[in-house]
Structure formats: structure tokens, C-alpha cells
Write a protein that binds this ligand. Structure first.
Ligand SMILES: [Zn+2]
Ligand SMILES: [Zn+2]
Length: 179
């Protein structure tokens, strides 16, 4: 059976952005990619005292979407994610797979009081998507600041790095899962 990368909209989705992301990920990972519909309502993971959504609870729920067909399941959400020890996270992944989730909330220029920039948002979303998929392929953070697996705790750091694996990370990722 051919395995596919499954994109799961979590909450309100932007069909144009999802379609673009799908195409980019097909080219990068050389796997078929499908957008799952309908998506998942993230309300169950909402914590009013923080006014944010707990990404680990979302990852746990995403297991229901994993089938024999799934190469990886990547959730895409516009809501603000957190884990209890951090103020926020851009995304979270299960080390070694299969599920990961990324948020566009803090990738939008509007969040920082700047005019909307869809190209920049797309590039940031792609970078974070590849980063979290990297974790599902058992990659840890990379010291090469150009590498997509470099840690990023602020959006400026995302803009500094590439959306590609460095040669060493690419080798490790390929060894773990064929692409
Ligand atoms: Zn990371
Ligand atoms: Zn690397």
C-alpha cells in the first residue's frame, strides 16, 4: 500500500494555503499527500485560564486519524498552542512519529502588529511543518542555524533558517523513513 502524508485541518482552515503547503510537501518529501476533511475541532483542548490550546492533547486526539495508509499525519491550526512549561509553541511532534501539529497563530505578521504578508506566512508555515515532520522522523534539534531542525523560539529565528534539512539531518531522516 502506498503511504501518504495526511494534512489534517484543526479548526478553521485556509484552503488556498493548505493546497499550496500540500504541493510544497509533496516536492520536499516525495510522498503523496492528501488533505483530510472534515478536520478536527480543537475546542476540547482549550484552556480558558491561558486562553490557549494544549498541543499535547491535540496530538493525543490525532491518533484517531492514523491509519495503515498514513506515512505521517500533520495537523495545521490557526489557534494559539501551548505546553504547560512554555508560554507558547509554534508546533509539537511525537518523536519518531506519526503525529505532529503546527500553528499559524504566531506566524502571521498581524500578530506582531505588522501588515499581512501571505508569502511570508506560507514560508514560515512550511518551515515549521518540515521542522515538526523532522521530529517525527526522530531528528533532534540541529546546531546548524541554517538547517530547518535548528530550534526557534521566536519568529525571527524561523526567518533566519531554511525550510530544508542540512545534509546530516537529511541523511538521518532518510535512514528513518524513505522519502
Ligand atoms: Zn523542534
Ligand atoms: Zn541539521
Amino acid at each position: 500500500m502506498t503511504q501518504e502524508l495526511h494534512l489534517l485541518p484543526i479548526g478553521k482552515s485556509d484552503p488556498d494555503m493548505m493546497g499550496w503547503l500540500r504541493q510544497e510537501l509533496i516536492e520536499l518529501f516525495r510522498v503523496p499527500c492528501r488533505i483530510l476533511e472534515p478536520g478536527l475541532d480543537p475546542q476540547f483542548s482549550y484552556h480558558p485560564e491561558r486562553d490557549q490550546y494544549h498541543s499535547s492533547e491535540i496530538l493525543a486526539r490525532m491518533q484517531e486519524y492514523v491509519t495503515a495508509r498514513s506515512w505521517r499525519v500533520l495537523g495545521i491550526t490557526p489557534v494559539d498552542l501551548y505546553i504547560p512549561i512554555l508560554t507558547f509553541v509554534f508546533g509539537e511532534a511525537q518523536m519518531g512519529g506519526p503525529c505532529s501539529v503546527v500553528s499559524s497563530y504566531r506566524l502571521r505578521q498581524e500578530f506582531y502588529g505588522l501588515p499581512s504578508d501571505r508569502d511570508l506566512l506560507g514560508r514560515r508555515l512550511l518551515t515549521e511543518a518540515v521542522h515538526e515532520l523532522g521530529h517525527t522522523l526522530q531528528l533532534t534539534h540541529c546546531d546548524d542555524y541554517n538547517c530547518v531542525m535548528a530550534a526557534s523560539h521566536a519568529v525571527e529565528w524561523i526567518d533566519l533558517k531554511d525550510f530544508l534539512f542540512c545534509s546530516q539531518c537529511a541523511r538521518c531522516a532518510r535512514a528513518h523513513a524513505q522519502f
